[in-house]
Design a protein around this ligand. Structure first.
Ligand code: C2E
Ligand code: MG
Ligand code: MG
Ligand code: MG
Length: 277
């Protein structure tokens, strides 16, 4: 029997919530299928040295390309996957795919420098993560000393002691650790002192107005000094203009990544892009 409910904000709110849950459930189911049906693929975005534009690495970025439909951006499906253990399956697939690509490039004599892979908090803390990583590096030893795991500050929020021991294990495997979107999360300088961090990725939101807002430029200059002092590498994210690059050069930022030089691209395009003129 359908309940007769007078129209009101209360009912409307509940319907909206139900729709939202329904939508997330749909994405989650479709995503599971997508993983099984090979609809997921990796794009790669080059990273370059600020001083001379030498390519120094690539970041693997996940793409969902459902056949005959418009691509679904990671900003939409990653948060849904992160609600369940699906993110671990996807994340492990990403690691495997990225390492096998990198190994192929090494075999072909193509120098790409480092290989950065994004790791979700849930995946980082999952029981099988270190074992998976260890097996993967046995399968693809060429990735050792080249692989960089990008984690966000959220990873360290829950349990600093546990995070530290995990990171130590990761370092033992010859894998480096980068803090992604640095400065946007619950930044605490305490963890930089406590954890074996190798690299900071300065978030695009600080770079975007670096030439308009003196405050932003001051923050970037300060973070660059900090990283230098702590012996950490730095990659500035989201460089779109020549002026932004010039400012980063003035501030002695080591490397950058952004649409100015290259968007994330399929493997075949990356190989072409990397070919010397
Ligand atoms: P992220 O790791 O911070 O990646 C950088 C994002 O900035 C990418 O978006 C990249 O395409 C974009 N970007 C790079 N240069 C520029 C620029 O000059 N201008 C602008 N406007 N954007 C630029 P994308 O590929 O859409 O990925 C979004 C986020 O999704 C990533 O942010 C990351 O948090 C997540 N993500 C992507 N792939 C994976 C993955 O394999 N695993 C996990 N856990 N997360 C992933
Ligand atoms: Mg990243
Ligand atoms: Mg980032
Ligand atoms: Mg970012």
């Amino acid at each position: 029997i359908a309940k007769q409910v007078a129209p009101g904000s209360h009912v409307f709110f509940n319907q909206e919530m139900a729709d939202e849950i329904q939508e997330r459930l749909r994405i989650s189911n479709d995503l599971q299928q997508a993983l099984a049906n090979n609809e997921l693929t990796l794009y790669f975005q080059p990273q370059q040295r600020v001083s001379d534009n030498k390519p120094v690495g690539v970041e693997a970025l996940l793409r969902w390309l459902p056949p005959g439909k418009t691509p679904i951006p990671p900003g939409v499906f990653i948060p849904v996957a992160e609600e369940t253990s699906l993110i671990c399956d996807i994340g492990n697939w990403v690691l495997l795919e990225a390492c096998s690509s990198f190994d192929r490039w090494q075999q072909a004599g193509i120098k790409v420098g480092s290989l950065s892979v994004n790791i979700s908090a849930r995946q980082f803390h999952s029981a099988g993560f270190i074992a998976h990583l260890s097996l993967l590096l046995q399968q693809y030893p060429s990735c050792r000393q080249h692989l960089i795991l990008e984690v966000t500050e959220g990873v360290f929020l829950e349990n600093l002691t546990e995070s530290r021991s995990r990171m130590a294990q990761i370092k033992t495997l010859g894998v480096n650790i980068s803090i992604d979107d640095f400065g946007t999360g619950y930044s605490s300088f305490a963890y930089l002192r406590e954890l074996p961090v190798d690299e900071l990725k300065l978030d695009r939101s600080f770079i975007q107005y670096i030439d308009q807002r003196p405050q932003d430029k001051a923050i970037i200059a300060c973070l660059l000094n900090l990283a230098r002092t702590l012996n950490m590498d730095v990659v500035a994210e989201g460089i779109e203009t020549q002026q932004q690059l010039a400012t980063l050069s003035e501030l002695n930022c080591p490397s950058y990544q952004g649409y100015l030089r290259a968007r994330p691209m399929p493997e075949a395009e990356l190989i072409e892009w990397l070919k010397p003129l």
